[in-house]
Unconditional design. Sequence first.
Length: 271
Amino acid sequence: MPSSRIALLQSSGRPGDAVRNLEAVASAARAAADGGAGLLVCPEMFLTGYAIGADVSRLAEPADGPAAEAVARIAEEHGLAVLYGYPERAADGARVHNSAQLIGPDGSSLANYRKTHLFGGFEQEWFTPGDIPVVQAELGGLRVGIMICYDVEFPENVRAHALAGTDLLLVPTAQMHPFQFVAESVVPVRAFENQLYVAYVNRTGPEGEGASAFEFVGLSCLAGPDGTTRARAGRGDELLFGDVDPELLRASRAANPYLRDRRPGLYGSLH
């Protein structure tokens, strides 16, 4: 990552229109690079939209499909890494995963993560959960981890990243009303108790119809290892910038004893 500055794209894009959403990624990447960011993080399922029903299957692509190639060109053109959410068609052609892929500034794929904890009937109907909890990549001297939305609400999940040495946890999300307390309170606590940065990047506004209608709350944030919110978005579309400070990370880890004082032998009953 050319700098420690990251850009968080808070937007729902245009559900069902992958072409327009790729254009939005390109525009955000240009603005992020102009703002000095070395990484752009987009929300959960940004390329296609979230509440799209059966279009999940129609719009799903393999991890190396045309959308990935398009994002790779965008990343390379602007010289920054891009994390984006999308429905991933598995190699067997039958399964679809709710996935997020990290493309490096040279256009190469650095990591692909499949959401392990599916939220509600909508996701459980259309997606197959992933089974690899910790996916990481090295980027600009930082160990970057990936999870998606509901995953971060499980403390064991984030602790696994802490124990694996994750410095910056990227969490594209589709956080909806009335669960905004996750963005406001849970995410900063996760950062503090695990001594890492968390970039939580949400969708905005209404989406979908009937039983699949959601109201996304925005409130994207970059939470620091000291438990403070280093940057916070409002409720509407926004490109939010925040800085990941390796010195703060080192100082916070030296001062905070949580990971050192753990007693794993007492936790064997946690299944």
